[in-house]
Ligand binder design. Structure first.
Ligand code: ADP
Ligand code: MG
Length: 333
């Protein structure tokens, strides 16, 4: 148990909004519990200390003095502002509709990060570089939000179009800034649609520059030993260099939902409606070939129509028609 002095110190630092002191005292408490052999309690205290610290780092690249604001916002400043955007997502994995395998893998990764002290006691580290591969609208970008939401970390989305410039060597320098931030500020860093980095378009010079940038990216990935998570996504597995694949700890493949997941998606989107009358066999068959995002939109279409027609709930025909309409619209993409 904590001594009265320790408790007093914790409460005092909290009351004064002194997050750094609070963090230091929590770590001290963890160490003393550790010495008493209370390993589990010590690990939990260290995790809590980490959480408070992550929240108190108000600015990337600049540790600000203790702040009294309840939820300090981490905002990229200076040159970084054009290279990434920050958010604190509230998304959870439970908001996602995923096959059991993928859901299980993601839960495991979250667990590894939540209990990383336990791993570190055995010289192990949580997997922190994830590559998500799959068709558009399958929840890859959403997964990065959910990981940040689960771990209470900021989500930094790297703006690849901001990183990639036409000027020789400049892109690599910008990417360096991003990786410095990854090492400095714990968070989930999303490289969305990474193909942009590996795209081999344009004239000879562009190709040379793209290759150089790719090489820098690989080198920075090799140097990354931080506590941040790096999540990269791609729609086109074929476009990515095999050398990239090898540098990720976990490759997750996202697929179009099968019939059971199609029904789950419609059910989730229409949770406020009474769906007892729906013919799920017909509905799920009509949704085949659509992405989770498209099925959600179709379910919304059907609900809108039902409401404006004065019905209390969409019927099978409305849902099926909405799904078919979505499918025809896809031909234009
Ligand atoms: N697996 C999923 N579970 C829940 N919602 C999803 C899923 N996939 C897509 N969505 C919905 O569609 C939107 C777009 O999905 P997104 O994550 O951008 O797909 P991707 O990055 O794979 O193209 C999400 O914000 C969410 O509303
Ligand atoms: Mg996406």
């Amino acid at each position: 148990m904590a001594t009265a002095q320790q408790l007093l110190g914790l409460i005092r630092s909290h009351a004064r909004g002194d997050e750094e002191r609070f963090h230091a005292l929590t770590l001290q408490l963890a160490a003393s519990e550790d010495r008493k052999g209370h390993k589990k309690l010590a690990g939990e205290l260290r995790n809590l200390a980490e959480e408070t610290l992550a929240k108190s780092q108000a600015t990337i690249g600049l540790r600000t003095p203790p702040t009294k604001r309840p939820t300090p916002i981490v905002a990229p400043r200076g040159e970084l502002a054009g290279l990434m955007s920050a958010a604190y997502p509230k998304t959870r994995l439970s908001h996602m509709i995923l096959d059991a395998g993928t859901a299980g893998q993601l839960k495991r990764v979250v667990e590894e990060h939540r209990r990383r002290w336990q791993l570190q006691e055995h010289g192990l580290h949580p997997r922190h570089r994830l590559l998500l591969i799959g068709p558009p609208g399958s929840g890859k970008t959403m997964t990065a939000s959910a990981l940040a939401g689960e771990l209470g970390l900021p989500l930094f989305t790297v703006l690849l179009h901001g990183v990639i410039t036409r000027f020789m060597g400049e892109s690599a320098a910008k990417l360096r800034l991003v990786f410095d931030a990854i090492a400095d500020t714990r968070g989930v860093y999303l490289f969305d649609e990474l193909d942009a980095l590996a795209a081999q378009r344009g004239n000879e010079n562009d190709v040379g520059e793209a290759r150089r940038l790719l090489n820098s990216f690989l080198q920075f990935l090799d140097e990354d030993h931080g506590e941040s998570l790096i999540v990269a996504t791609t729609n086109h597995q074929g476009l990515l260099d095999k050398a990239i694949f090898r540098r990720f700890h976990l490759l997750l493949e996202y697929r179009l939902p099968d019939r059971a997941l199609i029904a789950d998606t419609v059910r989730a989107r229409l949770a406020n409606f009474d769906l007892k009358g729906l013919d799920w066999t017909v509905v799920s068959e009509a949704g085949e070939g659509l992405s989770t995002a498209e099925i959600m939109r179709a379910a919304e279409d059907a609900a809108r129509e039902a409401v404006l027609d004065g019905h209390t709930t969409p019927d099978t025909q409305q849902v099926v028609t909405a799904l078919h309409n979505r499918k025809s619209a896809l031909r234009f993409l």
